[in-house]
Design a protein around this ligand. Structure first.
Ligand code: FES
Length: 149
């Protein structure tokens, strides 16, 4: 499957690249499948995503999916932002090759970690909960062992 025009457009002209200085929340995650990393920074106003930027050492699909996630998330409530799924991201981009679906998780996971970082810093309960790709000890083969017997 080839990439959609929209993927290519966001890859060639990614939105919201960079890091917000004095961000309210920071989310750093790593993709256990390919080793690529992502940093999402957010500013929050009235429990909505006021601004969001991403920085990634990821593939073209990671860049395109992050770009669209920042566009989707801007203006959303924190609850809405953490609920964005990789399937919604793929749909918004007009589809992604199956082998690239894991790339879209980097941005959605980074956003979850950034929102929880903001909440915890303000003495509030996290709403996204533990994110596997934010855990440096996460072993992607763990599940395989579980099913090995
Ligand atoms: Fe690593 Fe796409 S191959 S994020």
């Amino acid at each position: 499957m080839l990439y959609s025009d929209k993927v290519m457009e966001h890859f060639g002209n990614p939105r919201n690249v960079g890091v917000i200085e004095d961000a309210d929340g920071i989310g750093e995650v790593g993709n256990p499948i390919c080793g690529d990393v992502m940093k999402i920074t957010i500013s929050v106003a009235d429990d909505r995503i006021d601004d969001i930027k991403f920085q990634t050492l990821g593939c073209g699909a990671a860049i395109a999916t992050s770009s669209i996630v920042t566009e989707m998330a801007k203006g959303m409530t924190l609850d809405e932002a953490v609920a964005i799924t990789k399937n919604q991201v793929a749909e918004e981009l007009g589809g992604l090759p199956p082998a690239k679906m894991h790339c879209s998780v980097l941005a959605t996971d980074g956003l979850k970690v950034a929102v929880d970082d903001y909440l915890v810093k303000h003495g509030r309960e996290p709403i996204a909960g533990p994110v596997k790709s934010a855990d440096p000890n996460f072993d992607p083969h763990e599940d395989e062992d579980d099913h090995a017997h």
